[in-house]
Design a protein around this ligand. Structure first.
Ligand code: XMP
Length: 319
């Protein structure tokens, strides 16, 4: 029988055979594919790996630390680049969603090119990517999510003079098989079973302009929603969940005073391929608890609403 252990051994052998004693760079996004690949490469080639994790300042609460801890077996091979200032500056004043996506993509390439150039000058010849089989065949089953993530972290944007050999060890694997490898490699469960998260991160979950203040509000509210899903054992039952900060200020009452707070949207969907999706029938008691917690712990938010629109006609993201 062909077990995940066999897959692991054969991938390690393939990587060693192809790479020889050369050096490999990898971009880590914090998702399951690139994180698993990082652990696999570390096992196969040890410190001839450099994994670059770009913190674009648009991550969830605690996400950077979570990735750092999950990839601690890499030791010095993990390079975390804090580029949040650069991304936030580039996003300043921008409200159009597609513009935000372009800017995040462009800045990502800029940061990545800087890193790639430096590593290239240190003799790195290989660039590893966590491309999966569905990404390769671009079938309907690949989902927009993975295709988007792919283009976001793709090397397509690297200039001509910066040439790397592509290493794509997962190009014949499906997501489930990568998750099995992740288990063998000891990737912590929160990352192994993580929902997809868009490359542009929280920038497209703040409707309108992205500011540090709004990022802070959304992070705290989103964290309450996601942790509560985990506490209620609902996280694995939905395909994706998100909190969305709207620019709407609605009236509320605190004590005897009228107060104005932001309207926060909660979104949770069930889907197989992310092309269509059904809104998740989360228990009302759960939603009640989350709304109370959020308005209590994040006073900037005055009202919480739950999105009961399926896709189509609505998309999963609000932008
Ligand atoms: P929509 O909103 O189009 O989302 O129904 C479908 C899936 O794609 C993800 N998504 C993105 N992923 N860059 C990404 O890497 C993007 O710009 C982007 N937009 C949407 C979304 O989170 C969902 O999983």
């Amino acid at each position: 029988d062909w077990t995940p252990q066999h897959t692991l051994e054969s991938l390690v052998a393939d990587i060693r055979a192809r790479v020889g004693d050369e050096k490999v760079m990898l971009a880590v996004s914090g998702g399951v594919d690139s994180s698993t690949l990082a652990l696999l490469l570390a096992q196969a080639i040890g410190d001839r790996l450099t994994a670059v994790f770009v913190d674009h300042g648009l991550l969830r609460l605690g996400e950077r630390l979570e990735v750092e801890q999950a990839l601690s077996p890499l030791g010095q091979a993990l390079r975390v680049v804090d580029a949040s200032g650069q991304f936030l500056a580039a996003l300043q004043g921008v409200t159009d969603p597609e513009q935000k996506r372009k800017i995040v993509g462009r800045e990502f390439i800029r940061v990545f090119e800087r890193e790639a150039r430096q590593l290239s000058s240190q003799g790195y010849r290989w660039l590893a990517q966590g491309t999966l089989y569905p990404d390769v065949i671009e079938s309907a089953g690949s989902g927009e999510g993975s295709a988007n993530i792919k283009s976001h972290h793709n090397v397509g944007g690297l200039p001509e003079d910066l040439q790397f050999e592509l290493l794509e060890p997962f190009r014949y694997l499906f997501k489930d098989e990568v998750r099995e490898l992740a288990l063998l490699l000891g990737l912590p469960e929160p990352i192994r079973m993580r929902h997809p998260f868009p490359g542009p991160g929280l920038s497209i979950r703040i409707l309108g302009e992205v500011t540090p203040h709004k990022l802070d509000i959304l992070r705290r509210a989103d964290d309450i929603f996601i942790s509560s899903l985990r506490d209620w054992n609902l996280y694995d039952q939905v395909s994706q969940a998100a909190a969305i900060l709207t620019p709407i200020q609605s009236v509320g009452v605190i004590g005897d005073e009228r107060s104005y707070g932001y309207v926060l949207g909660l979104r949770a969907v069930s889907t197989v391929d992310f092309m269509t999706a059904d809104w998740a029938r989360l228990p009302l008691d759960f939603l009640d608890e989350v709304a109370r917690k959020i308005t209590r712990q994040v006073p900037e938010i005055g009202r919480v609403v739950y999105d009961i629109t399926s896709k189509p006609p609505a998309t999963i993201e609000w932008e």
